[in-house]
Design a protein around this ligand. Structure first.
Ligand code: KG4
Ligand code: ZN
Length: 332
């Protein structure tokens, strides 16, 4: 089965062709970062308009690069939510229309399910069941993944997501948008022990997270600096990154012990953070658990994870009617 995948939930237009026998045949991501950078964040209306401009040319490019004729596509998968409603509607309308024109089934995919399954595109691929740490700009969740469609959220952030905390902290430190990668780069120049930030909610039992207090802690620390140097800024960035990573690692260890699962899968944009990857590698080695990461490009939003999730759902017989809706809010 050959599936066209379309991702337009936020500020990345992602397209891919996945073949269940041959694997990923082609993929491309067009990022709108430059468009939104001047505003310091994603402007939803501009995002929708840019998806309209970029999506169809990107589909043509990916079909060409994957040597796929329209007649060879057996299904279309698109991100149906959660995300920005206007942006989602572009992908849903194009995906559904193509499926109708090509007379093939369409399937709307949950964006976070796409992230959850992204590591399965890599070699070696994880197999069910596994524990997933989903860390993106909108979500921070620990999910027990028993099988396709069988997801139990064991814990999640009660306020800011980890990526959101990275972005907001980057803004406090005067770094540009998108903040996460910029903060991680700055942290490379910093010393971890110059500042000490809390590891929120690690002292009490449970698997929930809270990152908004940590961000406020950085704000008060930053404002208290009378004559901060570039080194101070890097030290604060490093201490913040360390606090987030430590917190995520403590909760992963707890969830693995609690569930007895032997595989940990990391997913979502923050999963591209090299120091987080190293820390979880160290932790899992220590406790005899296997860890799986998507390549950094497939940690952030992309069409490949949607095409892959679509192929699994279509193979399981899931498909929908011609009517479609996009869901800006949609629990996993
Ligand atoms: O999964 P994603 O592309 O979009 C959402 O579904 O939210 O995640 C984007 C988030 C942003 O908050 C971004 O700052 C963060 O992932 N991010 C990082 C890194 N790369 C992306 N955070 C920390 N370190 C990174 N290297
Ligand atoms: Zn995402």
């Amino acid at each position: 089965m050959r599936v066209l995948g379309i991702e337009t939930s936020c500020d990345e237009t992602g397209v891919a062709v996945y073949d269940s026998e041959q694997g990923l045949l082609g993929h491309a991501v067009y990022s709108q970062i430059e468009l939104h950078a001047q505003y310091g964040g994603v402007v939803p209306e501009l995002a929708s308009r840019d998806h309209i401009r970029k999506l169809i040319p990107l589909i043509k490019t990916v079909l060409n690069e994957s040597h796929t004729q329209a007649t060879e596509i057996n299904g279309v998968a698109y991100t149906a939510g959660p995300g920005l409603i206007g942006a989602l509607l572009v992908g849903a309308a194009v995906g559904k229309s193509l499926a109708w024109a090509w007379q093939v089934p369409a399937v709307g995919i949950h964006h976070m399910e796409g992230h959850l399954l992204a590591a399965m595109l890599e070699q070696p691929a994880p197999t069910f069941p596994f524990l997933a740490l989903l860390v993106s700009g909108g979500h921070t969740q620990l999910v027990e993944v028993a099988a396709l469609g069988q997801y139990t959220v064991l814990g999640e952030s009660v306020d800011d997501a980890a990526g959101e905390a990275f972005d907001k902290t980057a803004k406090i430190l005067g770094l540009g948008y998108p903040g996460g990668p910029a903060l991680a780069r700055l942290a490379e120049q910093g010393y971890a022990d110059k500042f000490n930030f809390p590891r929120p909610m690690t002292q009490r039992p449970g698997l929930d997270f809270s990152f908004s207090g940590l961000k406020t802690c950085v704000l008060t620390t930053w404002q208290a600096q009378t004559d901060p140097t570039e080194q101070t800024r890097a030290d604060i960035a490093r201490a913040f990154e360390e606090a987030v990573i430590d917190t995520l690692a403590i909760k992963c260890r707890r969830a693995l012990q609690q569930t007895g699962l032997k595989s940990l899968v990391v997913a979502g944009g923050v999963g591209a953070n090299q120091r987080l990857r190293q820390r979880l590698l160290q932790l899992t080695k220590e406790i005899g658990v296997a860890v799986y990461y998507p390549r950094p490009l497939f940690c952030t939003d992309n069409g490949a994870m949607i095409a892959y999730a679509g192929a699994l759902h279509l193979a399981a017989g899931h498909q929908e009617s011609l009517a479609f809706s996009a869901l800006p809010r949609w629990p996993l």
